[in-house]
Design a protein around this ligand. Structure first.
Ligand SMILES: [Cu+2]
Length: 470
């Protein structure tokens, strides 16, 4: 018996003896409650409870493992997931900024992608100059909620867990011991973990009719071109502060996808390509239009026709998402690792719910993925996919020497935006190019540019414009 346990025993014993000897005001229940039979107790648990100053929820043993030492030597693949809390100013639609709270200077935070059964080792660092504490609750984990304790400025904390269930899962700041969690999440502290199924993704089956209407089944390989879309809302005062009163009334300032209102719509380069003029808008709303916006300039999402496309979609927000793609049908909807629906028009995501949508864009064209809530569409939840070569630009781009040969999508010329592209998994088709786009700080964008892995379109577009107009 160690020292602390024996001291506890002494306190209990003295109370019992005192009651017996002096006939105190203790009731019999109180007395017997103090009379613990310590020979029957687990000393480690007693010690743990004593150290914590109280009881905590204990999860089943199989999922409660947070000892990084044990999990790191278990033979499983371990993924380090390092997050740093950073409060920064980030732009909002209309040219203003807001007081964002971020993981690693970006909204959403970085996506981690692992295989089912791998270990995630999450390390959260709060710099000295950060004004408040933060935490991190990862929904991919099944560990005691006590692991999501907040971490103070100047401190670092860590937990490990096995990603047991395949699917996509939210992670989010848990506030200062849960207080102000709403403010921290709705100001930008959220992201996703993708846990790929141990046996990989399934082939996609799409029903078609041909000839005079005979039913055919088309099968697409499991490998797919992948995107991630995270829905949320902003609740802001005119000064760019979090407006909790507005949140409680569900009166949001705007709906965001990967942090932006209308972040994936045409920009001036697309105006030039399609209309021959940077100032002739091709979409009804182009709020992020201008080369000087650099990483914040809106971009389009480019896919090929007859290509298996996989979308990872999470509702990070406070309002339902009625996910729909104008002009398309969702060929397959998966939640966790179970197919929920096929050939469906719209699928509903409640708060903190995710899904994987597999589909094929059959015809060349422009398709808007929306939250089919009209308030959400018109406040920012319209994301434009361009499939194939709907504007017949291939001949022009080849003739002008921008492209050597016709391409299956404009991604080969402009790339897809980095914040919409998840890390590669075992069934991922590599994007032809990735451009730097995201609600990133300038430091994050500069690091990405220095890495040489990304295209800085704000440098490429003037060159392309010069060629096209010459
Ligand atoms: Cu936080």
């Amino acid at each position: 018996m160690n020292k602390r346990i024996s001291m506890l025993f002494t306190v209990a014993a003295v109370a019992v003896m005192g009651a017996t000897l002096f006939g105190s005001t203790y009731t019999q229940t109180q007395i017997s409650g103090q009379s613990l039979d310590l020979t029957q107790m687990d000393a480690d648990v007693m010690e743990q409870i004593h150290q914590m100053g109280g009881l905590k929820l204990m999860m089943p043993e199989a999922f409660a493992e947070t000892d990084c030492g044990v999990l790191e030597t278990s033979g499983r693949t371990v993924h380090n997931f390092d997050l740093t809390a950073e409060s920064v100013e980030l732009p909002i639609m209309g040219g203003k900024t807001y007081h964002a709270m971020t993981f690693n200077g970006m909204v959403p935070g970085p996506t981690i992608r692992v295989m089912q059964g791998d270990v995630i080792k999450m390390t959260l660092t709060i710099p000295d100059d950060e004004p408040v504490a933060h935490g991190n609750d990862m929904h991919a984990s099944q560990i005691t909620a006590g692991a999501f304790e907040s971490v103070n400025p100047g401190e670092t904390s860590q937990y490990c867990f096995i990603a047991e269930s395949a699917g996509m899962f939210k992670y989010h700041c848990s506030g200062v011991k849960l207080a102000a969690m709403d403010q921290h999440v709705l100001s930008g502290m959220y992201g996703i973990a993708i846990v790929d199924p141990a046996n990989g993704y399934k082939k996609l089956m799409v029903e078609k009719t041909s000839g005079s209407g005979e039913l055919e089944r088309m099968f697409y390989d499991a490998d797919a071109l992948e995107f991630q879309l995270q829905y949320n809302q902003l609740y802001l005062t005119p000064e760019g502060n979090f407006d909790q009163a507005a949140m409680f009334k569900h009166q949001n300032t705007g709906t965001v996808v990967n942090g932006y209102q209308f972040g994936y719509v045409p920009n001036m380069a697309h105006n030039l390509l399609v209309n021959g003029d940077t100032n002739k808008n091709i979409f009804v709303a182009q709020p992020w239009n201008g080369i000087e916006l650099k990483q914040h300039q809106s971009q389009l999402l480019f896919v090929e026709n007859d290509q298996h496309v996989r979308l990872f979609i999470e509702n990070q927000g406070n309002e339902p998402v009625y996910f729909h793609i104008v002009g398309e049908i969702l060929d397959r909807v998966t939640q966790g690792n179970r197919v929920q629906s096929a050939a469906t028009e719209t699928w509903l995501l409640g708060g903190s719910q995710g899904m994987i949508v597999d589909l094929v864009f059959d015809e060349p064209g422009v398709y808007a993925a929306v939250n089919h809530d009209y308030a959400a569409i018109f406040s920012g939840a319209a994301t434009v996919f361009v499939a194939g070569d709907p504007f017949n630009l291939n001949p022009v781009l080849v003739e002008k020497g921008v492209l050597e040969a016709p391409v299956a999508s404009y991604a080969y010329a402009l790339g897809n935006p980095s914040d919409a592209v998840p890390p590669m998994g075992m069934n991922s088709i590599a994007h032809p190019a990735i451009n730097i786009h995201g609600l990133y700080t300038d430091e994050v964008a500069a690091e990405m540019q220095a890495s040489g892995d990304y295209v800085a379109l704000w440098e490429v577009i003037p060159v392309v414009a010069e060629i096209l107009t010459s």
